[in-house]
Design a protein around this ligand. Structure first.
Ligand code: GRF
Length: 196
């Protein structure tokens, strides 16, 4: 059975992309194959990670959705993984890939999510609120920001000494890098069954 062709959308450092690349090497991600990396920032370090893994990496400004759609078609992409992609995709775009776009968010949705909750702001908000547990969520993408169906979550305990930076690091290490590859594999497996 053919694997699902995956495109990973990035804007930054790409540690989640790296976790996906590593999962592919370690045979944790086997039902899909990363065929393309698209960056909304020309200087994103994630592009370097893609090139090192011999995966084509293309810079496409987020405003150029027609170019995005053209590339996705060219590479016959069946699943889009948003891994630190900082732009919001239009309803038109999301409709074209219904149930075929997933995102990783660094909190336990529905806490600390939605518009404006990205990067360190998420962890700052969790610390300011005083929650004792946070974590990460992988969810399907629909037209509501961070509003699609939840696929997977993992909790991370907050420490008294945490800063937004230390919490961001731990949420990545303890939750994001584990649940994103696992959720990507389970979604690819489901898509393969549908396509059979
Ligand atoms: C991660 O915290 C992810 O949850 C969020 O953006 C960050 C991306 O980090 N959506 P990286 O580029 O994968 O290192």
């Amino acid at each position: 059975m053919e694997k699902i062709n995956i495109a990973v959308f990035v804007s930054g450092g790409g540690t989640n992309l790296q976790a996906l690349i590593d999962a592919q090497k370690q045979n944790i991600l086997v039902s899909g194959s990363i065929k393309l990396v698209i960056s909304s920032k020309s200087e994103a370090y994630a592009m370097e990670r893609a090139k090192r893994a011999s995966i084509p990496a293309v810079y496409v400004p987020a405003s150029d959705e027609e170019a995005l759609l053209k590339l996705l078609k060219e590479y016959n992409i069946g699943l889009i993984v948003l891994a630190g992609y900082l732009s919001i995709l239009s309803e038109y775009f999301v409709d074209r890939y219904r149930d075929r776009i997933i995102n990783i968010h660094p909190s336990l949705i529905p806490s600390f999510c939605g518009k404006g909750f990205y990067g360190l702001y998420v962890h700052e908000a969790a610390l300011n609120y005083g929650v004792k547990v946070t974590g990460a969520t992988v969810h399907y993408v629909n037209k509501e920001v961070d509003g699609g169906q939840i696929i997977s979550q993992k909790a991370v305990y907050i420490r008294e000494s945490d800063t937004p930076e230390s919490l961001q690091k731990r949420v990545m290490e303890e939750a994001e890098w584990e649940i994103l590859p696992a959720a990507t594999e389970s979604v690819c497996r489901r898509l393969r069954l549908i396509e059979r």
